[in-house]
Design a protein. Structure first.
Length: 332
């Protein structure tokens, strides 16, 4: 403001001097006119410089004011930021909080879903394991019961066979029959006394007992016939031993291929192994198949076994064992 006042005072003084000069030198010559023109140009230049200077000062003040305003605004924003009240900060913080909440909710839902799936799978596997356990337990129980029933039947059969076969195993006395004379009467067949039924305790039905008795009788008759045949063949071999030396040599070679099999004290000795009644064995057939069986009876020249597969009873003679038609193998 002081500069403006000075400029205004200078302008006023210059105008007064100019008017005074014109009044004094109104009727000057050409030289004076030239001098006045040069003075006026200088004056105009000075005025333009002063005007430019004033304009520069005004622009500087405006820029300085704008700078101060911006600086004040920035300082105010910095203070708001320090107090966490800046609008942009609050806006972005709200967005981040919303994203954080959404992410936490998504994680919670995922965790809950995984827990539900794991719990369902656990319950399913637990129920399956319990079901399998019950099934296996029932299966083992049924197997044990069936094994016990089978053993019970085997023991009952053994006891019945022992009761039936013991009287038949008694050695009969051989009597010599003399030549019949013409006047002798016809000999009557011997009537043996039947065993009293009170001495035997029957554990099976009458039909089963009769069938077993018939089977035992058939086996006994077959065994006696085979024993007689073996004795006849042995006698023939002994009679023909001195007649043919080559046949003896062949028989010796054949006997070397036979397996040793014999029965002593109610036990069977076959292939360097001892077997007894009631023992579980494998029977090897001529076709090479193995059948689990049990030894029911050991006679003087034969053995009766029962197969587990079809409960069929098989009679095996010592000759069958020697010729490898059948063979015994221990099961356990």
């Amino acid at each position: 403001m002081k500069q403006n006042n000075l400029i205004m005072m200078n302008d006023y003084d210059i105008e007064n001097d100019r008017s005074n000069h014109l009044e004094i030198y109104g009727d000057s010559d050409e030289d004076t006119e030239d001098a006045s023109e040069t003075g006026s140009t200088k004056y105009i230049n000075e005025l333009s410089f002063e005007h430019d200077l004033d304009e520069y000062d005004s622009n500087f003040e405006i820029k300085e004011q704008i700078y101060k305003d911006k600086l004040a605004v920035l300082k105010e924003q910095l203070v708001q930021l320090e107090h966490k009240k800046h609008p942009d900060y609050v806006k972005h913080l709200a967005v981040l909080d919303k994203e954080h909440e959404d992410r936490l909710f998504f994680i919670y839902c995922t965790k809950k879903l995984e827990e539900d799936l794991i719990e369902k799978e656990y319950c399913f596997e637990e129920s399956a394991a319990e079901k399998e356990f019950e099934e296996r337990k029932m299966e083992i129980k049924e197997n044990l019961l069936s094994d016990l029933e089978e053993k019970k039947k085997i023991n009952e059969n053994d006891s019945n066979i022992e009761l039936i076969s013991d009287p038949s195993e008694t050695k009969t006395l051989t009597t010599r029959k003399l030549r019949r004379r013409p006047n002798d009467p016809i000999p009557l067949p011997d009537r043996r006394r039947r065993a009293s039924p009170a001495q035997i305790n029957f554990l099976l039905d009458e039909n089963i007992i009769t069938e077993d008795v018939k089977a035992v009788n058939r086996l006994l008759s077959a065994s006696t016939k085979s024993a007689q045949k073996n004795s006849l063949t042995s006698n023939k071999n002994q009679n023909n031993h001195h007649q043919n030396h080559n046949n003896d040599h062949d028989d010796g070679e054949h006997q070397t291929k036979l397996i040793e099999a014999k029965i002593e004290c109610g036990k069977l000795f076959c292939d360097k192994k001892w077997f007894h009644r009631g023992q579980n064995v494998f029977i090897e057939s001529p076709d090479g198949s193995l059948e689990p069986s049990i030894i029911l009876h050991i006679g003087t020249n034969d053995i009766i076994v029962k197969r587990y597969s079809d409960s069929q009873r098989i009679k095996i003679t010592l000759n069958d064992l020697m010729t490898k038609k059948f063979s015994f193998q221990k099961k356990w």
